[in-house]
Design a protein around this ligand. Sequence first.
Ligand code: IMP
Ligand code: MG
Length: 201
Amino acid sequence: MASDFFAGLMTMSTAPRIRVLFDEGTIAKRNEALAQEIAAAKPQNLLVVAVLKGSFMFAADLIRALHRVGLSPQVEFVHLSSYLDGTVSTGNVTILRDVESDVRGRDVLLVDDILESGRTVTFAKDLLMARGAKSVKTAVLLEKPGKRAVQIHPDYVGFTCPDVFVVGYGMDVAHSYRQLPFVGVVDHLDNSPDLFDKPGS
Ligand code: IMP
Ligand code: MG
């Protein structure tokens, strides 16, 4: 499998080893199922707003899956930042680049990579609602339970993620690893190998 091949390559050099948590095929299947769930709610005049940078790969795959189930969303981007380089949240969310479209009266699907404290998604959802969106639903690839600092329940969740810092499939640590086609964990950032004995956990 391609993801195993990539992970294998990384172990052959001095680069840190990446453990695969969710592989390409698993993510692709889940995206198709999420698209079906989203379409079942019959959104009107749908606008997908992808939160940059981390969600770019998930959003790109999800909107193509939405197309396959018969939806024709428009697509927008908002670039938010709640992290400095590194793995520790600053707690503050700032807008680095705003959406251009008028969201008034529209069903919006907000797409992000990970829901952790919930601050990023809550900030974006409140912003779009305050601007007059008819509804704002949230789709996150990963949800880390037990980490919420604000109360928010995502409408669509790809996978429940163990409490480790993940990279790949758009997500980074200090700007690296976004290109990986799978979600994985950098070995030196986590030393809980037992997590990986339970596929899909
Ligand atoms: P929250 O605001 O605490 O919910 O954090 C969400 C944002 O933090 C996500 O959009 C990610 O960009 C980033 N983030 C949280 N956990 C991770 C991780 O494990 N790897 C990479 N980025 C993460
Ligand atoms: Mg993010």
